[in-house]
Unconditional design. Structure first.
Length: 513
């Protein structure tokens, strides 16, 4: 194959074969070694009947083998499905059956626990990376195959299952657009912060079963940059990796940055993070106080905020120079992205007025995987998707997210937005994180209840926190009670699972949303 036609891993294996491509702990692979082992895995899978028609489930942590298999699937043209390694066998059964997957690969310590699920489904090949188990092919057996070149035509299609905060998770095929030029320009807009970061050394510790981890990996591959993998986010270890490998780009969720900010001052001072050129934050509301800390610790020109959803891809970006100018904004829409703010009757609202956000991007889905087309209450005839967020556009076209529509509290006929209350709670010096919900109230319909997670080594009582709220919130917005938790429930992307907090109070009752 003409070298000029090579893409991705194969391109860099030809152009910079001895440069380090991947690092995980003390293990590393050059581009040539990565391409070689990806060829072996691809041949090993193909010899066992795996091809372009197959959906390959990847239930693994962020590790070297994940990246190798991703490269192999690109060569085979197979589709990759990221599966949360924390799901129970029963939860796995739904995803596997719904997706119609045919190949399963995992790094579970006890793969045998999954065998009854796999036996009940049309899985033709199951592979275990670490632990031997009956019915599972050892990953090492794939490495015994030929390393003869196989050439990828592109990155493997990716299926992600939504987090399932309501109902059962649904499959989304990511990054599929009909217009190649629009897709290229859209992707360039989304990855602009990486382009400005110079020589790229990326740290990835976002889960591989979410769109973010895989997209970061392939963005790094497209630029020929080194990628450092961290299986599990540990705050101080993250700083160690940044200092050791001179990391230039990192994407995290607010919870990760909060954990960093909560480290003792002497720990924060111990590590050189000056190599950072591009930081991204998103997936949950970002308190301005947290942004200020990030700007102070990592540098004023480093931080961008991203806003997106699985069903529509990335929507907007707030670049470093706008962090203090538009402090509460999630940024301006990317190229080929249109945002409309609509009222309850579906009418478009002018700038400054709050309503539900409807989004159209080059990758907006029309249906979930193996499901019928979505109705007009979710995707309209013009391709706008109802993402479930409440917010507004300002006069300059910047997006401001005020809350999730389903989280809104109606008390005495007045709309109360939990995000505003949570932002006030986070101003308290002892509070690391907060979640606000509405619970039943005979007189007003709902009342405000706040759950708080304290910073390590800090203390605060209910009366103290309620007094703090009185200084920052109108009386009708204030929580009536404060409950303290050692750790708030979150999914692997760091999103608060308010359903788990809300459900015990609403069991047998009907809520307005």
């Amino acid at each position: 194959m003409d070298q000029a036609m090579l893409i991705g891993i194969e391109r860099w294996a030809a152009e910079t074969p001895d440069d380090v491509a991947l690092v995980e702990g003390e293990r590393s692979l050059t581009w040539a070694a990565l391409n070689n082992v990806a060829n072996r895995v691809a041949h090993g899978l193909r010899e066992r009947g795996v091809g372009a028609a197959d959906i390959v489930v990847m239930r693994t942590q962020v590790r070297l083998e994940w990246a190798i298999v991703a490269g192999a699937l690109a060569k085979l043209g197979s589709t990759m499905l990221g599966l949360n390694w924390r799901l129970t066998p029963a939860e796995c059964r739904h995803v596997l059956a719904d997706s119609r997957a045919t190949v399963f690969l995992c790094d579970d310590a006890d793969p045998a626990a999954l065998k009854p699920v796999l036996d009940a489904l049309p899985i033709k090949l199951a592979v275990s990376i670490d632990a031997p188990a009956d019915g599972f092919l050892p990953y090492s057996a794939l490495l015994e195959s030929s390393d003869a070149p196989l050439h990828a035509q592109g990155e493997p299609p990716l299926i992600i299952y939504t987090s399932g905060t309501t109902g059962l998770p649904k499959g989304v095929t990511m990054n599929r657009g009909a217009d190649p030029q629009a897709m290229r320009e859209y992707r360039e807009s989304v990855e602009a912060y990486r382009s400005s970061a110079g020589a790229s050394v990326s740290l990835i510790n976002m889960p591989a079963h979410h769109g973010s981890g895989p997209s970061q990996f392939w963005a790094s591959v497209r630029r020929g940059g080194k990628t450092v993998l961290q299986r599990r986010f540990l705050p101080e270890e993250t700083l160690q990796l940044i200092a050791r490998h001179k990391i230039t780009t990192w994407t995290g969720v607010p919870t990760m940055y909060k954990r960093l900010a909560a480290l003792p001052a002497e720990v924060l001072a111990r590590y050189d993070v000056s190599s950072i050129r591009g930081l991204s934050i998103g997936a949950a509301p970002v308190p301005y106080g947290l942004k200020e800390w990030i700007l102070g610790y990592f540098g004023a020109e480093t931080l961008q905020e991203g806003y997106g959803a699985s069903e529509v891809g990335m929507i907007s970006r707030l670049p470093p120079e706008m962090q203090r100018i538009k402090p509460g904004s999630s940024g301006k829409p990317h190229r080929h992205v249109t945002v409309q703010v609509r009222d309850a009757q579906g009418r478009c609202l002018p700038a400054g007025q709050r309503g539900e956000l409807w989004i159209r991007t080059p990758v907006t889905i029309r249906n979930y995987l193996n499901a019928p087309p979505l109705g007009p209450d979710t995707v309209d005839a013009e391709g706008f998707f109802r993402v479930g967020d409440v917010g507004y556009l300002d006069e300059d076209g910047y997006i401001f997210i005020t809350d999730r529509a389903k989280d809104m509290i109606i008390s005495g006929g007045v709309n109360i937005y939990p995000a505003e209350i949570e932002a006030a709670l986070l101003k308290h010096p002892a509070i690391l994180d907060a979640a606000v919900i509405g619970i039943p109230d005979d007189e007003f319909g709902e009342q405000v209840l706040a759950f708080c997670e304290l910073k390590p080594g800090h203390r605060a009582g209910e009366h103290e926190v309620l007094a703090h709220c009185a200084e920052h919130l109108a009386s009708y917005k204030r929580p009536r009670r404060i409950e303290f938790m050692q750790e708030l429930p979150r999914n692997t992307m760091g999103k608060l699972l308010k359903r788990e907090l809300r459900d015990p109070y609403w069991k047998g009752k009907e809520r307005h949303v």
